[in-house]
Design a protein around this ligand. Structure first.
Ligand code: OXD
Ligand code: MN
Length: 589
């Protein structure tokens, strides 16, 4: 190899000298290569064929029972200066981290194949896209990377032209939780991941590259890499508004990205177009608007709860040519999880199903599937320059206080709304589930640098001439005193998006409150919904004492990022706290 690929070849040789694989295979991304990988994995038992009549081209992978989620406590950002990684990341000095990882990689691929996986995050011809190369000893990872990225020859050709790529070295090692680390070196644009085959830890294009490393690159280059879905909402007038929305893992990003409009909306001509379900890269265009691309080419979605009622588009997407991980199996070889018809015969570990062993499908079981199979895949999803955003939405699982929807009064307020996001934890990461934690912009596990600098970077987009999207906060997860959800969610979330679009188009006035603009009475279309008046009231009510406590907590939590916390954000928190104090005084008078 010559020219700009020589550096790639040198690095591959160095990695091979360290990990000492039996052979090195350069992936071309072809169908034949994918078929051969599948054949080998079927032979080794790494994959199980599913019922070819109901699920043609579909396979099941069962991971090691200790390797089923992201491991945030073993994930590090290794910058030269500790403060650059920030209190939001685990940190090691780069030299120490390299030494630790290289000791693990030493000889770890003996007898295995090392696959060289060139990939492109984003449409192959997009100036917003970025390339990487993952070296891995896992054929399961290669097969998933082929679905999730533009992998193979075209990516290699782009790397050959640009000479720049993110280096990712991965081995499943012994799948030993005691010998498992995910290390990022943003200053070197490199990643080393050892000991896990789970998606978020092992498909290095996804969280490691497209969020942690890309967020660092994005700051240097003037763009944003975010944990957001991108959806296009076509109104009956034929205009399409693109919305990017940040929710923590397993909070319904895939469902919102593939939403089916309620019956009346469908009749009126509303349509929904999916652009992405997890990651959004956005940058200002020449016209001052923010343009977004989905760097991924597939969906790595949470299976449980995906049903004909919640997300028929996802079900249609995974009906063929998909890889399932840690789902249960029916007696006739169909994948199964809660929400699907039929019954499990085998659980996610392959044991005959016994409820005493816990859920049949793992709560974080997944499907991997090409986005092109999605019935609502947007015709603009692969536009090289991306789609222009009308709105950015933040949200989390908040059982109380946070209203169904509110709008930020301006960009600074919007950045504070994102920075103040909180959510109950889910099974997407190891650790306790259902604990409320602050998760700014849903990036707590993924921001590759100091959150104080990250907030400042967000604020920096507010430039003269910028035509920034409006910012909203939603909460689909409000519960009543009995713990039942107040809002039906899923397709009915379009009612909330409709209100946002009306605000974007300047057609509704809203109701100003100290915490943001809420829908005024009757602005939200709730016709045809079985929503008791008490729930309607509760979803849009303003609990001033509750909000004062929340603002105090936000203020305190943000100070964790001092002295890098932008003063502009602190002043915004103080402005709202003061407005709430005044509202409380007025109520008392
Ligand atoms: C994911 C996650 O897999 O956020 O998308 O964990
Ligand atoms: Mn995610």
């Amino acid at each position: 190899m010559t020219g700009k690929l020589a550096a790639l070849e040198r690095w591959v040789n160095e990695a091979a000298a360290l990990a000492r694989p039996a052979r090195v295979h350069w992936c071309d991304g072809s169908d034949a290569e994918y078929r051969e990988l599948v054949r080998q994995m079927l032979a080794s038992g790494e994959l199980l064929g599913l019922n070819p009549d109901t699920h043609p081209g579909c396979y099941l992978h069962r991971s090691h029972p200790s390797d089923v989620a992201r491991v945030e406590h073993l994930t590090y950002v290794c910058t030269r200066e500790r403060d650059d990684a920030g209190p939001n990341n685990h940190w090691l000095p780069p030299a120490e981290a390299h030494a630790k990882m290289d000791a693990l990689f030493d000889g770890c691929m003996a007898g295995r194949t090392m696959y060289v996986v060139p990939y492109c995050m984003g449409p192959i011809d997009s100036p917003l896209a970025r390339c990487g190369v993952e070296l891995t000893d896992s054929p399961y990872v290669v097969a998933n990377m082929r679905i999730m990225t533009r992998m193979g020859e075209a990516a290699l050709a782009r790397i050959g032209r640009e000479g720049r790529f993110v280096k990712g070295l991965h081995s499943i090692g012994e799948l030993d939780p005691e010998r498992r680390f995910i290390m990022h070196f943003p200053e070197e644009l490199s990643i080393k991941s050892y000991g896990s085959g789970y998606g978020g830890n092992a498909l290095l294009g996804k969280k490691c590259h497209a969020l942690r490393i890309a967020s660092w690159q994005a700051r240097a280059e003037g763009w944003l890499a975010e944990h957001m879905l991108i959806v296009g909402i076509e109104t009956p007038r034929g205009d399409t508004h693109y919305i990017a929305a940040a929710f923590p893992s397993a909070c319904g990003k895939t469902n919102l990205a593939m939403l089916i409009p309620p019956e009346g909306y469908r009749r009126d001509g509303w349509k929904v177009w999916t652009v992405g379900d997890d990651i959004c890269w956005m940058r200002p265009g020449a016209d001052g608007r923010l343009y977004a691309i989905n760097p991924e080419a597939g969906f790595f979605g949470v299976a449980p709860g995906t049903s004909a009622a919640s997300n028929p588009n996802a079900l249609a997407t995974v009906a063929h040519d998909a890889i399932f991980t840690n789902v249960a199996l029916t007696a006739d070889g169909r994948p199964w999880w809660d929400g699907l018809p039929g019954a499990p015969a085998f659980d996610w570990q392959g044991r005959p199903y016994d409820p005493a062993n816990g859920p049949a499908a793992h709560p974080n079981s997944r499907f991997t599937v090409s986005a092109r199979q999605c019935p609502t895949w947007s015709p603009h999803a692969e536009d090289a320059l991306g789609v222009p955003l009308s709105a950015i939405v933040f949200g989390g699982r908040r059982p109380a206080l946070l209203p169904l929807v509110m709008e930020a009064r301006d960009w600074t307020h919007g950045v504070l709304m994102g920075a103040a996001m909180g959510s109950e934890t889910t099974a997407a990461a190891t650790g306790a589930v259902g604990v409320l934690r602050r998760d700014p912009m849903a990036m707590k596990p993924f921001c590759g640098y100091h959150y104080g600098d990250y907030f400042a970077h967000w604020l920096s987009f507010d430039q003269p001439g910028a035509k920034l999207p409006k910012v909203f906060h939603v909460n689909w997860f409000r519960k009543d005193a009995e713990g039942k959800y107040l809002w039906p969610g899923f397709g009915d979330n379009l009612r909330v998006l409709e209100w946002m679009i009306a605000r974007v188009e300047g057609r509704l006035r809203g109701r100003e409150t100290p915490v943001g603009i809420l829908p005024a009475a009757d602005e939200l279309k709730l016709d045809g919904l079985d929503l008791p008046p008490a729930a309607r009231h509760e979803l849009l009510a303003l609990d001033i004492p509750g909000w004062r406590a929340e603002l105090a907590a936000i203020g305190q939590d943000l100070e964790a990022y001092a002295p890098r916390l932008p003063d502009r954000l602190r002043r915004e928190q103080q402005r709202i706290a003061a407005a709430l104090a005044a509202a409380a005084a007025a109520q008392a008078a």
